[in-house]
Design a protein around this ligand. Structure first.
Ligand code: ZN
Length: 462
């Protein structure tokens, strides 16, 4: 039996060009799919939801998050890059066991749902074995978030006798096991990708093996890039790694580059010409770096970037904050450039508000290769949507719902969240059972207390 749900929206911000924004519009959902959108739909439904005082919008797509780090919220707020690598990968990450990763992913994913995110790319880069990977996936599946689980390897500190992590290829047998036994289909709520080291953090041999493996298995790959070549291991520096990959035909929309602030313009052009997607994490990038987020350079070429919060360790993991930071940066950059070139003041706002919501919805869906399923509210797409309470004191009265969502809203306005046709937050409360959540919080706190104690980490210290 098909379950039919009819939502009567006060305001609709669809992000679908054909529908746009409207008032008093209905959405009909059949099981997990949007089957109709229009005014006063005459459709028999099992449930009719009065969302007359709500702004209904697509669920936010968080294109880059290290969900397992959620419990270390804010501890790195005053760190620079070197502190992060020393304290996190060099120390605390080594104390995480499989259960800790499960707890971090479950709590982190529930927090994302609570804040209006329906899809994440979980860049999981502390996994030492298959058990840890399975636990990370357990957390995502239990939260019932839509997730691309990007399997990544741990980055332990080098020891005199050990092999540096940059010389160890991505473990083929582990990824193959996940693909064959668990994340077999690209139609599941949680799907598989590879969080690889790429040419900046691994040798050419490893880079080549990892890109080839992702292609062999038909998986999206994603790599952290800052400069585009390896600085940490000069003896293995792959100076033109991405150019070499391009020549070999190994770059395409199935590869995602995160950050890339110092990448030279010709390198960026080559990546974009090959179809590589770019994710900017503006809060983190401007926190710790002196080169601009790539967001605007992607936009300059008529393409759409995606955005993500990266890590709650350093910045807020509220996507409304990230979206507004990205918009603020983009506008400042255009004003600055106009002034520098003598064309100031400018006559029109240089970046429209709508664009920021595109980066946080369609842009993310495109980067995750899920645009046919999510990113906008349109007939045939999955029912992944968010309802914002329009009576919030920071939103009322609503004059233009799009402006309200991007310029004014915050995660406290998120009233209900539907993922794949099922509510995971309803009327201000997570659907996840309350008693289980209380237990989760206790276990989560215990896990983090132990990790901090074992790593002799004192919050506030470097
Ligand atoms: Zn990251």
């Amino acid at each position: 039996m098909t379950k039919k749900t009819l939502i009567k929206c006060g305001w609709l911000v669809s992000m679908d060009p054909a529908t746009g924004e409207s008032e008093n519009t209905d959405i009909l959902i059949e099981d997990d799919i949007i089957s109709a959108i229009g005014p006063q739909l005459e459709a028999p439904a099992d449930e009719v939801i009065d969302a007359g005082d709500m702004i209904v919008m697509p669920g936010l797509v968080e294109a880059h998050i290290h969900t397992w780090q959620t419990g270390l919220r804010g501890v790195g707020a005053e760190w620079v890059s070197v502190d992060y690598h020393k304290n996190m990968h060099g120390n605390m990450a080594t104390r995480f066991n499989a259960h800790d990763v499960y707890l971090g992913n479950l709590f982190g994913a529930l927090a994302q749902i609570d804040m209006g995110v329906t899809t994440i790319l979980d860049w999981s880069h502390s996994l030492r074995d298959l058990e840890m990977a399975e636990s990370a996936i357990d957390g995502l599946e239990e939260a019932k978030i839509r997730a691309v689980f990007a399997h990544g390897t741990a980055k332990p500190p080098s020891t005199p006798e050990g092999v540096p992590f940059g010389r160890i290829p991505h473990p083929r047998e582990r990824v193959e096991a996940l693909r064959k036994n668990r994340l077999t289909s690209d139609d599941q709520l949680v799907t598989l990708a590879m969080a690889i080291l790429g040419p900046e953090f691994s040798s050419w041999d490893v880079t080549l093996k990892d890109f080839t493996l992702a292609r062999d298995l038909g998986l999206l790959s994603s790599a952290h890039v800052w400069h585009g070549y390896n600085r940490s291991m000069p003896e293995e520096e792959v100076k033109d790694g991405y150019a070499k990959l391009s020549k070999l035909g190994l770059l395409g929309p199935d590869h995602n580059v995160v950050h890339g602030n110092y990448v030279q313009d010709d390198q960026l052009k080559m990546m974009l010409d090959d179809g590589v997607s770019i994710t900017s994490t503006v809060l983190v990038e401007t926190h710790g770096h002196g080169a601009e987020p790539l967001l605007c350079k992607v936009r300059d070429r008529g393409l759409m970037p995606s955005i993500g919060i990266d890590t709650a360790l350093i910045v807020s993991d509220d996507m409304f904050c990230e979206m507004r930071a990205a918009l603020t940066f983009a506008r400042y950059r255009e004003h600055f450039n106009a002034r520098e070139s003598g064309n100031y003041p400018i006559a029109e706002i240089p970046v429209k508000t709508r664009e920021a919501l595109e980066w946080a919805t369609i842009g993310g869906a495109r980067a995750l290769q899920l645009e046919d399923k999510i990113g906008s509210l349109a007939v045939g797409k999955k029912a992944d949507l968010v309802m914002l309470g329009a009576n919030g004191l920071n939103l009322f009265p609503v004059h233009d719902p799009l402006l309200s969502v991007v310029e004014l809203a915050n995660s406290a306005n998120v009233s209900s969240v539907m993922i794949n046709g099922e509510f995971q937050k309803r009327d201000g409360k997570l659907v996840y059972p309350e008693d289980k959540f209380r237990n989760l919080k206790t276990k989560f706190q215990e896990s983090l207390t132990r990790i901090m104690k074992d790593s002799q980490f004192v919050p506030g210290a470097k």
